[in-house]
Design a protein around this ligand. Structure first.
Ligand code: ISE
Length: 347
């Protein structure tokens, strides 16, 4: 096969970004189909790309014989159906988080993929591809810091879209720290508590912001996360690991530090997650395209079309967030309910 022929479903801000990266920065792939519930938007994007068509029905786009692989940047509630269609047609898929919007359907997707005996689903937890996170992971794995004991995280957004509610702070924002914890510590999260400090007077009515999340891992490690999504400042994501023989921090995000004639010194903070994690998204997509092409080259015997977070990772994140939303309501620690991985994936 020459280039991987990709369908991008959902061309809102994130999906349109993915179309642009596949078209201009990623090698070995081209976008041949786009789909969106706003038909004109899909048609407009298709018109700007050689050999690209807009298809009105997402399931037709997945089934299209000219489509080798699929990117899902559609709203979460549509993922279950679309992922099952990808599995049914044997098409590799890179699915933006969430895998699905609840634990039961996420588990169903994991089971269906396992039954096929092929790894076709990758979940878009892009932070695993960010240079700073990969350096931190390599440092922890090297053993230089000894055993990691505590993880402190801050996740601050300048603003959130209209309609963003308290549960979305958990499912949309905290979900990244849930995945980062599992990635860095290589173990599951077993309990979560969400505390609501005094709300930011500038936050929309009813939005619990900031929130503090306290996670506990299977081996007893502690993780705390400050979530503050209406800071009005910029996009700030910091992560510090405290270990037996020292600590390490990423996300200071100062870039070029300038001294000014008024006696102040400072740098520029990235305005949003698309800028902060632009490199991570590009690396994620290139590695996904390479993995899918390698799988396709392997023919019928190939079983892997993924190079990154799996359907299981999407399910595990959904399970932690579901417990998090319960805790948001009660304020108490909630145990995370998850099935045993080996019973499903054999892993
Ligand atoms: C958004 O959906 C994301 O995925 C961003 O990475 C996160 O920082 C933001 O809080 C979410 O709303």
């Amino acid at each position: 096969m020459s280039d991987l022929r990709v369908a991008v479903l959902g061309v809102g801000i994130m999906g349109a970004d993915h179309v642009a990266r596949l078209t201009s920065r990623i090698s070995g792939a081209r976008v041949v189909v786009v789909n969106d519930y706003v038909t004109e938007k899909a048609e407009q994007i298709a018109a700007g790309i050689d050999g690209c068509r807009a298809i009105g029905d997402p399931l037709d786009a997945i089934a299209d014989p000219e489509v080798d692989a699929v990117v899902l940047a559609t709203p979460g509630p549509t993922h279950e159906k679309q992922l099952l269609a990808c599995l049914e047609h044997g098409k590799p898929v890179l699915c933006e988080k969430p895998l699905t919007t609840d634990v039961a359907t996420s588990l169903e997707v994991v089971k269906r993929e396992a039954e096929l005996g092929k790894r076709l689903i990758q979940v878009g937890f892009m932070r695993r591809f960010d240079h700073e996170y990969t350096q931190l992971k390599a440092l922890l794995d090297s053993g230089d810091l000894g055993r990691a004991l505590v993880l402190h995280c801050a996740h601050r957004n300048p603003t959130v879209p209209n309609g963003f509610d308290s549960a979305m702070v958990v499912r949309d924002s905290l979900v990244h720290e849930v995945d980062v914890t599992r990635f860095l510590f290589d173990e599951e999260i077993v309990s979560i508590q969400i505390i609501r400090p005094s709300a930011n007077p500038g936050a929309p009515e009813g939005l619990a912001d900031p929130q503090i999340a306290i996670l506990r891992t299977a081996s007893g490690r502690h993780v705390d996360v400050e979530l503050f999504v209406t800071t009005g400042v910029a996009y700030e994501v910091r992560t510090e690991v405290v270990a037996e023989k020292g600590s390490a921090m990423i996300g200071l995000d100062v870039n070029l530090v300038r001294s000014r004639s008024d006696g102040t010194r400072g740098g520029q903070i990235t305005p949003g997650f698309r800028e902060r994690f632009g490199q991570a998204y590009d690396t994620e997509f290139q590695r996904w395209v390479d993995a899918v092409l390698a799988g396709v080259k392997g023919g019928d015997s190939a079983t892997n079309y993924v190079d990154g977070p799996s359907a299981w990772d999407g399910y595990a994140a959904a399970a932690v967030c579901e417990a998090g939303v319960k805790s948001l309501n009660s304020g108490l620690p909630v145990e995370v309910a998850m099935v045993d991985r080996a019973s499903i994936t054999g892993a």
